[in-house]
Design a protein around this ligand. Structure first.
Ligand code: MLT
Ligand code: MN
Ligand code: ZN
Length: 312
């Protein structure tokens, strides 16, 4: 009897950057559309994806504050046997940002899984005792080295690699006090990208990236799918939206547009599907029919939304 070959599946659980969309306290032009019920925008939760090669065993990459509603929205992630069960076997973190780790506090119900991160990110979680709710002996904390390949979940191999970025926002004050400076585009254990392989399929997840490098461009070449940092349309977006003083560069995110933006950086790179994820609530690509959305689409980019599923 022939069994059908298993397929790689990826579900975008959340597609927004830190704060979600609309953000609870924000009246920027794009959030204002959402609060007014404008049909050109739809709500988004904070960034996370789920991946599987057999549809039964799943890994999460990052764990957003909305993880409970994200799991509720995706039937494949519901418990399905015995009195306690979860199809989620592993959680891999790409950095220690609140939007990527806060959901771990909701996975505390004595359910075994493996928590994978670089040693530096594990260290950050260790220094915050709230995460001790992920009890020793229940949740296995496994450090992964940069460049290491490992089985993330049945049939899916992951390789992690550094991308330019910075430490989490809540660590900045201490870092600046101790060292007198703050790097926003260091390549190390603070911020990583993930390369996923299942059979011939190769997919990259890079929700935060401060700058394009030749090494990163080479790695993306020929991929089936790249999900990439779509935080900001332009570097001064928070400022012109009237909601902040920080540039994208200061936040460790390269913009979509402009000569140093990701559209230009990846224009010549041959990738099956290019998809923006981790989209900030100020970003006009969130608006159906906006000129920025049209520009991104014309350049070959899709804009992720919650629940988007990719099967290869
Ligand atoms: C980021 O991606 O820059 C962070 O999620 C910012 C934040 O924590 O709000
Ligand atoms: Mn973020
Ligand atoms: Zn906003």
């Amino acid at each position: 009897m022939l069994t059908s070959p298993s397929r790689f599946r990826l579900v975008v659980l959340g597609s927004a950057a830190g704060g979600g969309f609309p953000q609870w306290n924000c009246r920027c032009p794009v959030c204002s559309l959402a609060w007014a019920g404008d049909e050109r925008v739809r709500r988004r939760t904070q960034a996370s994806i789920a991946v599987s090669a057999d549809g039964l065993n799943w890994a999460l990459i990052n764990c957003a504050p909305e993880i409970l509603s994200q799991i509720q929205a995706v039937p494949a992630l519901h418990p399905r046997e015995g009195s306690r069960h979860s199809p989620v076997n592993a959680v891999l973190l790409t950095n220690a940002d609140i939007d990527h780790v806060a959901g771990l506090l909701s996975l505390r119900e004595a359910q075994p899984f493996t928590l994978l991160a670089t040693p530096a990110v594990h260290e950050v979680l260790r220094s915050s005792s709230a995460f001790d709710v992920l009890a020793e002996g229940v949740v296995t904390r496994r450090p992964v080295a940069l460049g290491e390949s490992f089985e993330l979940v049945e049939g899916v191999t992951a390789t992690i690699f550094p991308v330019p970025g910075k430490i989490a926002l809540y660590l900045e004050a201490r870092e600046e006090a101790e060292t007198g400076s703050l790097a926003t585009d260091i390549e190390g254990e603070q911020t990583i990208g993930v390369e996923l392989r299942a059979g011939d399929v190769r997919v990259l997840y890079i929700p935060g990236c401060a700058a394009m490098t030749d090494a990163l461009r080479d790695r993306l070449e020929g991929a089936d799918v790249v999900l990439f940092d779509g935080t900001l349309w332009q570097d001064d977006e928070m400022i012109i939206s009237g909601v902040g003083t920080k540039t994208g560069a200061r936040m460790g995110h390269m913009s979509i547009s402009g000569e140093n933006g990701s559209i230009e950086a990846l224009r010549q790179v041959n990738v099956g599907r290019k998809i923006y994820v981790h989209i900030n609530n100020t970003n006009p690509v969130l608006v159906d029919g906006s000129k920025e959305r049209i520009t991104a689409n014309k350049a070959g980019w899709e804009i992720a939304q919650d629940g988007m599923e990719i099967a290869l």
